[in-house]
Ligand binder design. Structure first.
Ligand code: SAH
Length: 350
């Protein structure tokens, strides 16, 4: 995805600086009240090791077992799945993922948690803990080395032949030599946008992403006209996003100021030419360059086209020049890319 006005990091709710979840601090007593599904084990583990959460690393641990179960259910896990988890924390979600899949690769930035994770997940031989920053690691290398260790990871929808009913024995790789994996995470919110961008733009993207994000961000990702933004266009271009459920702030410790949501991003199987993608985002970004302006004026100015050319181009695609970018569907942007006046038409995605 591309940086722009819709950057996720901006928190409009007046949260404390450097704390995108806007924690209200670690008032455990207050947070514990009235939450029947709270994980007692995790609570005592946190108390025992005197763990001080780092707010600037988005450390809000999920305490609600029902929500945990909903994340796992949404991921629709198969015994053959390889899952990449971002920010495992104390490993509560990691354990549930490990029980249902062939491999979990968990990337955690906080060294203090690495020690605890290793201890807590000792019994789970199919969990690989990586100490690192998700934004810096090479996804392909991690998935390739870890996934390929387990041949069963190859058994996916992608290498299931509908005609013969046979599975392709491809030791961790799919038919077209791509690794098959899912991403599941209760995300550290300060990196929501770059994480989503990183995975959607991957040459080898995941099949599915199940993420806990801020409620407001979830709504922006899944928005419909007339509430589209650069973020929603990008997410809906690469994937089919859906809000699975809203999660109350009481489900976390420390309790954030804002509610969250579980979203599911089913990645579209796009066989895209790089030029098409570049052209598409060039036009979309031009369209959203000044949010309150008419589409015609934004395109004219940013793409350096004359008025008549822009109007003809828009009319040809059944778009009124006075419309605003927020009212366009991804389909409209694809049509505009295919009929861009100054270039040879590019091939649209299937
Ligand atoms: N999954 C756990 C923890 C969620 S809190 C749970 O649901 O309880 C977010 C986690 O992401 C924390 O463990 C934090 O240390 C980790 N984290 C923060 N920034 C990260 C980064 N850049 N790369 C990997 N992990 C990160």
């Amino acid at each position: 995805m591309h940086k722009g006005k819709t950057e996720v990091g901006k928190n409009k709710r007046g949260n404390k600086k450097g704390n995108k979840r806007g924690d209200e601090g670690g008032n455990k007593k207050e947070n514990e009240r009235g939450n029947k599904n709270r994980s007692e084990n995790l609570k005592s583990l946190i108390n025992e090791c005197n763990f001080e959460p780092k707010k600037h690393w988005g450390q809000n641990f999920l305490m609600d077992k029902e929500v945990l179960a909903d994340i796992v259910k949404t991921a629709d896990l198969k015994k053959s799945d390889v899952v990449l988890e971002i920010g495992p924390g104390f490993g509560v979600l990691t354990k549930e993922l490990a029980k249902k899949t062939s491999k979990v690769i968990a990337v955690e930035k906080d060294e203090r948690l690495i020690k605890m994770l290793k201890r807590g997940l000792k019994g789970f031989k199919n969990v690989e803990i990586i100490h690192g920053d998700i934004l810096k690691i090479n996804i392909k290398n991690v998935i390739a080395s870890e996934g390929a260790k387990r041949p069963s990871a190859a058994i996916s929808d992608d290498n299931y032949n509908n005609t013969t009913g046979l599975l392709y024995p491809t030791s961790g790789r799919t038919r077209n030599d791509k690794m098959y994996y899912k991403v599941v995470a209760n995300l550290p919110y300060y990196i929501t946008s770059p994480v989503i961008r990183k995975f959607l733009e991957e040459k080898n993207p995941p099949k599915l992403m199940v993420l806990m994000v801020q409620k407001e961000v979830a709504e922006r990702i899944c928005a419909k006209p007339p509430k589209m933004s650069l973020l929603s266009v990008a997410c809906q271009f690469y994937a089919t996003p859906e809000i699975v459920r809203i999660v109350k702030k009481e489900s976390f410790w420390p309790k954030p100021k804002v509610d969250s949501a579980i979203i599911k991003l089913k990645i579209n199987n796009l066989q895209l030419a790089t030029e098409f993608r570049e052209q598409f985002f060039k036009i979309v970004k031009a369209g959203f360059s000044s949010p309150r302006k008419q589409l015609k004026n934004n395109l004219k100015r940013k793409l350096k086209l004359d008025e008549k050319t822009v109007e003809d181009w828009l009319f040809k695609n059944n778009i009124q020049p006075i419309q605003r970018s927020e009212t366009l569907l991804v389909e409209d942007w694809i049509n505009l890319t295919n009929s861009f006046p100054l270039s040879t038409p590019l091939q649209a995605p299937q």
